[in-house]
Design a binder for this molecule. Structure first.
Ligand SMILES: [Zn+2]
Length: 355
């Protein structure tokens, strides 16, 4: 098949180009990973358990968050720094407080909930007098977070829920972009570096097989993922921990009608076929297209790295069985948010195309 040969040649050319820019990218990744492990020591001279020194003019308002709300976020972050909690923990804590109390230190709330995290005295978090102290409340949150196994590898919703036992854990996710912006401002750590901490992994190949068509090649400049060839029925797994955000069938016939996904598509059919999207930490999303049958997972379901999510097929816009795999950053599902999966996965310790 000439198309396949062309794809193979393109893959070789792509690999040559990739090797030359890989060094710079890996260097940047190393910096980000170091920042994830080492909290900025800017407040280490503050007395243990004290709130951060506010500047004379106070903290700025950020988006919908007022100066006083941002000041409460600054306390949460400062406590995390003093406890040597990695920066990902600061983002989780601020996002949870955004949802639970709108970053407002309130003495009342749902049932007997108190304070920034709406912790409940009846569940052993502390007395109402203790929990209204933002430093005490933050310390209690981090202490519980650090007890969650591998919390840094979990999606924000999963990590937050493990601490809070909230009735609405999925609501934490919508605050992640705001939490990144606010934490960046009050900590001085660059937003991109904070976001990268959320993608710390572990990551794993969704399918083991050769890449037969690459990301945005000269021949396919709008191809927003990598095509990994594998026999039909091969199990596709989640590339990292996260929460399933989309499960859908997308297959549109040339006349605009719904072609359906429970049969093979073709190059004249538009769409991803049966597909899944998974939200990971740090605004990262992965997409898995052309599955053979309805995916094995449901929207809202937490998944572990390597957990089966579907089977390789050829539904939708596809000329043969393969996994079309995309990686998106910045909470952007559009093609603008897509990055090279081959490069991303190599940087995260799970290079595509290997055994
Ligand atoms: Zn593709």
């Amino acid at each position: 098949m000439s198309g396949k040969m062309l794809a193979g040649i393109t893959g070789v050319l792509l690999a040559i180009v990739m090797c030359c820019i890989g060094g710079a990218i890996l260097g940047a990744g190393g910096v980000a990973i170091a920042a994830c492990a080492n909290p900025a020591p800017s407040l280490t001279d503050a007395a243990s358990g004290s709130p951060p020194p506010a500047s004379a003019s106070g903290w700025p308002a950020i988006g919908q968050w007022s100066s006083s709300q941002v000041a409460n976020a600054a306390i949460i972050v400062a406590v995390g720094q003093q406890l040597h909690v990695p920066p990902r923990g600061w983002v989780i804590a601020v996002a949870v407080a955004m949802q639970e109390s709108a970053l407002t230190n309130t003495p009342g709330g749902d049932q007997d909930s108190v304070g920034l995290f709406q912790q409940r005295p009846s569940q052993g978090w502390g007395t109402p007098a203790q929990l209204i102290d933002p430093v005490y409340a933050s310390t209690q949150f981090y202490t519980a977070l650090l007890r969650v196994p591998r919390w840094q590898d979990l999606a924000l919703t999963v990590a937050g829920q493990a601490v809070q036992h909230s009735a609405y854990p999925d609501a934490y996710a919508k605050h992640e972009p705001d939490a990144l912006a606010v934490v960046s401002t009050v900590s001085g750590v660059a937003q991109a570096a904070l976001a990268a901490c959320g993608a710390a992994g572990p990551w794993t190949q969704p399918v083991h097989g050769p890449i037969v068509s690459g990301f945005r090649t000269p021949q396919r400049p709008t191809h927003q993922g990598d095509d990994i060839a594998a026999p039909p029925g091969t199990t596709i797994v989640a590339a990292s921990a996260g929460t399933v955000s989309v499960v859908a069938c997308q297959a549109i016939a040339p006349d605009g009608s719904d072609y359906g996904c429970d049969r093979d598509g073709s190059p004249t059919i538009k769409g991803c076929g049966w597909y899944v999207e998974i939200q990971h930490g740090g605004g990262i999303m992965t997409r898995y297209c052309h599955m053979k049958t309805r995916p094995m997972v449901a929207v809202g379901q937490p998944v572990a790295p390597g957990e089966p999510i579907g089977l390789v097929g050829s539904s939708g816009n596809s000329s043969g069985p393969h996994l079309h795999f995309e990686v998106h950053i910045n909470n952007d599902r559009s093609s603008n948010g897509a990055v090279d999966p081959k490069r991303f996965m190599r940087e995260h310790g799970a290079p595509l195309g290997s055994k």
